[in-house]
Design a protein around this ligand. Structure first.
Ligand code: C5P
Length: 203
């Protein structure tokens, strides 16, 4: 079974995807981490994330980079959003993600284009969202040292870049179930996600 979980930053999609992976005993891939690694590798090499050839050079990532705590920062998220606009970067990461999705038994993947590009044939697709303010509050609780207004501005800029780009923009797949977590606790959102997947696989 393949489960695709897409949505904007801090919508809760990562937490929901991890919980689904535990619930169904499936491997999980956080695809945002791949783009974050490419963004950080590009910046560390002194290259320009807005230049496609520079960002493509950053795609040759060392696996150990994927565990680097720097990847979890807002700076890395913004770098990821800049490199992910380039079609050649998306193409370089496509095969790895599709092979992960198609492994025997299936998998849970979360990102921006899982239901639309990486696994359009997924058995269940969730599009997880929440209001911009609630998403910024969540990030602010995790990172109290950064000013709330700066986090809100960063999330808005990232949403605009991710939804406005021409290569695999962030959008809900036609056959995805919408899960708005604005007024939900994590526990309630996970329960709802499991109920939506169950309804899909029983069809
Ligand atoms: O999900 P996360 O916040 O870690 O993603 C970081 C950035 O990577 C996103 O803002 C987006 O630009 C990019 N991304 C993407 N496609 C994916 C996953 C992430 O373009 N499947």
């Amino acid at each position: 079974m393949i489960i695709a979980v897409d949505g904007p930053a801090a919508s809760g999609k990562g937490t929901i995807a991890r919980a689904l992976a535990v619930h169904y005993d499936l491997p999980h891939l956080d695809t945002g981490l791949l783009y974050r690694a490419v963004g950080v590798a590009t910046a560390r090499a002194g290259r320009d994330p807005d230049v496609e050839a520079d960002a493509v050079a950053g795609c040759r990532i060392d696996e150990t980079l994927l565990t680097d705590p720097e990847l979890r920062t807002e700076v890395a998220g913004a770098l990821a959003s800049r490199v992910s606009r380039h079609p050649a970067v998306r193409a370089a990461l496509l095969e790895y993600q599709q092979a992960f999705a198609r492994q025997p038994g299936g998998a849970v993947l979360d990102g921006r284009d899982i239901g639309t590009v990486i696994a359009p044939d997924a058995d269940a697709k969730l599009f997880v969202t929440a209001s911009t303010e609630v998403r910024a509050q969540r990030r602010h609780r995790e990172d109290a040292l950064t000013d709330y207004d700066a986090i809100l501005a960063d999330i808005e800029a990232r949403d605009a870049r991710d939804s406005g780009r021409s290569a695999a923009p962030l959008r809900q797949a036609d056959d995805a179930d919408l899960l708005d977590t604005t007024d939900m606790t994590i526990g309630a959102a996970v329960q709802r996600a499991i109920a939506l997947v169950e309804a899909r696989i029983r069809r």
